[in-house]
Write a protein that binds this ligand. Structure first.
Ligand code: NAP
Length: 277
């Protein structure tokens, strides 16, 4: 992947984190291209990051072996339709990070027969700790899949899915997941403050507890229930709190929330596809 030209259509938050991740992992900045309408963002990419600015989206496709679709899902159709002829000529690998839009819709809007990998990253990618689900269509080669995987690994971990529809479950887990953990952290912090801890102290302790627990779980060979048993002494404080959570059906609450998110991801994909009239 190191010497491939990689172009980003859309230079927003996600493109920026991917570009910074690629450069940090040794990709030469002058092999990276961005097409972006906003002049302040264009300036930032050209002056501070040192990547190439494409004159327009067609110019970018003509210059790159990998084209990352990093625009909002709602504008994807209008971005792709005018690019059909250059896409058909160049046949780049298309890596779409647009949430919900299926590879079938992308292929149709791009003229058909295209190698497409869909990626579902999450916001911690912005700090290099993302978790991404990947799906490749049948036209993508093993080498192209490797390229897509390396690209997403520059901002965290990446896992492959055999079924495109499973990207909806990834959306419900790691895509929306940061907000679930933030809500839990917020509730814990609020409870601590209501029970007398200074706000700053509660905030610091909640953040470190979350980070430390994730680190412990990643570095341990034990599974999650075993790790939990180890910190739950019989008759102790943790046991009392966990019992209260189980009695309030925490697992059921989480299961319903997961189902709701996965169902919404499926609905959004259908709505975006149906916009094609
Ligand atoms: N952020 C996340 O955590 C996350 C997670 C998973 C997936 N995603 C997906 O990643 C994609 C990008 O998200 P983001 O948060 O980076 O969005 P963003 O910050 O809004 O970036 C999109 C960029 O594309 C530009 N753009 C709009 N129309 C364009 C066109 N025709 N040609 C070229 N560029 C164009 C926009 O410019 P203007 O602002 O001037 O319109 C904007 O700078 C989305 O599809 C989203 O679903 C994001």
């Amino acid at each position: 992947m190191q010497n491939k030209n990689i172009g980003f259509i859309g230079g927003g938050n996600m493109a920026r984190s991917l570009i910074e991740g690629l450069i940090a992992t040794g990709h030469a900045s002058d092999t990276l291209y961005v097409s972006e309408p906003d002049s302040a963002k264009r300036d930032y990419f050209a002056r501070q990051v040192g990547v190439q600015l494409a004159a327009d989206n067609a110019d970018l496709v003509a210059s790159c072996e990998v084209v990352v679709l990093a625009v909002k899902p709602q504008v994807l159709k209008n971005v792709l339709l005018p690019l059909q002829s250059v896409l058909q000529q160049q046949r780049p690998l298309i890596l779409s990070i647009a949430a919900g839009v299926t590879s079938g819709d992308i292929d149709r809007w791009g003229g058909g027969g295209l190698a497409i990998v869909r990626a579902m990253p999450n916001t911690p990618a912005l700090v290099g700790s993302g978790a991404t689900g990947l799906f490749a269509n049948a036209a993508a080669s093993a080498a192209q899949n490797d390229t897509a995987e390396s690209l997403m690994r520059s901002v965290g971990v990446a896992v492959w899915l055999e079924n495109e529809s499973l990207l909806n479950q990834v959306t419900a887990l790691s895509g929306s997941g940061p907000a679930y953990f933030l809500l839990f952290m917020e509730a814990l912090e609020q409870a601590a403050v209501e029970h007398g801890l200074p706000a700053e102290t509660a905030h610091l302790l909640v953040l470190e507890t979350c980070l430390g627990t994730a680190k412990l779980a990643m570095e341990s060979e034990e599974d999650l229930p075993e790790l939990r048993y180890r910190v739950t002494s019989p008759g102790g404080t943790t046991e009392r709190a966990l019992l209260s959570m189980e009695n309030s059906n925490l697992r059921d609450i989480v299961n319903k929330a997961f189902e709701a998110a996965a169902q919404r991801a499926d609905e959004l994909g259908r709505i975006l596809g149906e916009r094609d009239g």
